[in-house]
Ligand binder design. Structure first.
Ligand SMILES: Cc1cc2nc3c(=O)[nH]c(=O)nc-3n(C[C@H](O)[C@H](O)[C@H](O)COP(=O)(O)O)c2cc1C
Length: 325
């Protein structure tokens, strides 16, 4: 539980200067499945109660959807029956249970010699030191998980925080990129075509609200490379086949190569901003203007780092168990 709680704390709102000032403690209440710190074989069920909800903040979006948020699509999908309070089913709050499950899966993966960790790759133009695609160690992944702000380079982390606060000062928001590294996956893990390692991880990561892109290895940049620079040459280290470089992010044909698996998730800027924007009133059919007040993250990226780790951990453990979607 200590390990699970440490992951949950990293996602918690109100924990840092750059996060929303909603102050949820996010302490899971275990209803079943755990006795004296050990799983007991019954389904593990944890509940996160809202302790700091202000549902009235969302009344204004019931018929006037926030641009960039899911208010409009949820309204259409449910014929207006959607629970709009707090963003309902589309809230970043839904990630608390995912982080719980992901932290648990990460412990199970560790028993198989698999470690994973993520950091903020960039906020706007400010980029952290990326993970080394060949030599990243478990200790480096743990160090960034334990850092007060999830950047490898603390100085860059400070600049990122300043950039987020500067956007917040203008009642605006910023996006960014999270990079995740997975160590210890056995070569061959995964399947071709629809159930590949890339597919399974991407499906889970796209479940995180505000993710608009996922790339593996050099990703989109590989489209500008040539075969001679993008191919990762093989060599033997003892009996193990390794690659000199890792442009392919540790995946070939949907299977792990045995090298670190690296992927990035692009997060858009938080939709709820305090700048007036154009919208529509779905109850009258008239044009409308909207300025979002309330307590929102000026940037979701710092709190999304453990969500990315959790999504990857759930997908990987499921894959190891042989689970099909
Ligand atoms: C950890 C986390 C916190 C978030 N906090 C907010 C927030 O405070 N305000 C907001 O408008 N969106 C927030 N979002 C993003 C929205 O939930 C998301 O943009 C919305 O559901 C629409 O989904 P889409 O962007 O994936 O299309 C957050 C996302 C995450 C992952």
């Amino acid at each position: 539980m200590e390990h699970i709680l440490s992951w949950i704390r990293r996602r918690r709102p109100g924990a840092s200067a750059t996060a929303t000032q909603r102050n949820e403690q996010d302490t899971p209440e275990i209803l079943s499945g755990l006795l004296e710190g050990k799983t007991c074989g019954a389904p593990l069920c944890a509940v996160f109660q809202n302790s700091d909800a202000r549902s009235e903040d969302y009344d204004a979006f019931r018929f006037v959807p926030r641009p960039g948020h899911a208010d409009f699509t949820a309204y259409i999908k449910t014929d207006g029956a959607n629970d709009f309070r707090g963003g309902g089913h589309y809230s970043g709050r839904l990630m608390a249970p995912l982080v719980f499950a992901g932290a648990l899966c990460a412990q199970l993966l560790e028993r198989e010699g698999i470690a994973l960790g993520a950091h903020i790759h960039s906020i706007g133009p400010i980029a952290d030191t990326p993970f080394d695609p060949v030599h990243t160690t478990k200790e480096q992944l743990l160090a960034v998980q334990q850092a007060p702000f999830p950047a490898v380079d603390a100085e860059k982390g400070k600049r990122m925080q300043a950039r987020i606060l500067e956007a917040a000062g203008r009642h605006d928001s910023v996006g960014g990129v999270v990079e995740c590294c997975i160590l210890g996956l056995p070569a061959g893990l995964g399947d071709p075509i629809f159930d590949g390692l890339e597919n399974r991880i991407a499906q889970a990561v796209f479940g995180i609200p505000a993710v608009k892109g996922v790339e593996f290895g050099d990703g989109f940049a590989a489209a500008c490379a040539s075969g001679s620079t993008n191919n990762d040459a093989f060599y033997y280290e003892g009996n193990t086949v390794r690659t000199r470089t890792n442009h392919n992010g540790g995946i070939l044909g949907g299977h792990a190569t045995g090298m670190p698996v690296l992927f990035k998730a692009a997060f858009k800027p938080t939709p709820s901003i305090g700048i007036e924007q154009e919208s529509v009133d779905l109850s009258t059919g008239e044009p409308a203007r909207i300025r979002v007040s309330g307590r929102h993250d000026p940037c979701v990226v710092p709190r999304a780092v453990p969500c990315v780790e959790a999504a990857a951990a759930v997908a990987l453990y499921d894959l190891l168990l042989g689970g099909k979607r």
